[in-house]
Design a protein around this ligand. Structure first.
Ligand code: SF4
Length: 209
């Protein structure tokens, strides 16, 4: 396993798959390198590719609001993707591209040693939890792998496209908050303000609205 410096340098220079051809930046990952909680998406979008950071576009803003809802700061967690370079037109990363890139993520996980991994969306869940993962049926469920508590929630981009998924995600975030309380020593998941106790129809009024 590489150390952080070697890993970042190798990733920055990587040409192990075709996604290197059109990238502006390799989007390595960001956050606390000893975080207890990791969020893992599928790959960079347009803004991420331009800025070199994960989840900085509209989906990233929504992710920030989701974290805020459970009282977690972005700086407390680590955020990365399955592939580090942007797939053209935001298509799903191919299996061959995921295969080429996943060793970087495995090294990141090994260095960080998180207690909780939250997959953002179907692609990350299929890669990290179960190849047969069905996000519409299994989101919010918890499994344990190698001592790490793992779950998946809808990708923020999916929540931007389809607001009907937001109440379910609100419930998943409450479940995540409970897990953080139980498993994490330094990450404080506290409700910063009163949220609807149960709003199956409308979901939370602001952060996920
Ligand atoms: S996506 Fe990953 S494997 Fe492909 S070129 Fe970028 S860093 Fe290398």
């Amino acid at each position: 396993m590489m150390d952080w410096g070697s890993l970042k340098a190798a990733c920055a220079a990587c040409r192990n798959c075709g996604l290197c051809e059109e990238r502006h930046n390799v989007v390595f990952g960001t956050g606390d390198e000893s975080a207890e909680v990791m969020f893992i998406g599928e790959g960079p979008g347009e803004q991420e590719d331009l800025q070199g950071e994960p989840f900085v576009g509209p989906a990233g803003h929504l992710l920030d609001e989701m974290l805020e809802l459970i009282g977690v700061q972005r700086s407390e967690v680590y955020i990365a993707n399955i592939v580090k370079c942007r797939p053209p037109h935001n298509r799903d990363p191919l299996n061959t591209e995921q295969d080429a890139c996943i060793p970087y993520l495995y090294d990141q996980i090994a260095l960080i040693r998180p207690k909780i991994i939250v997959c953002l969306g179907r692609i990350a869940a299929m890669r990290l939890i179960n190849p047969e993962y069905r996000i519409s049926r299994q989101h919010g469920q918890w499994v344990e792998k190698d001592g790490v508590r793992m779950t998946a929630i809808y990708h923020p981009s999916a929540l931007l496209r389809d607001e009907s998924k937001r109440p379910e995600t609100f419930e998943d975030l409450k479940s995540l908050q409970q897990e953080i309380h139980q498993c994490c020593a330094k990450t404080k998941a506290v409700l910063p303000f009163a949220v609807p106790a149960a709003a199956p129809d409308a979901g939370p009024a602001k952060p996920l609205a």
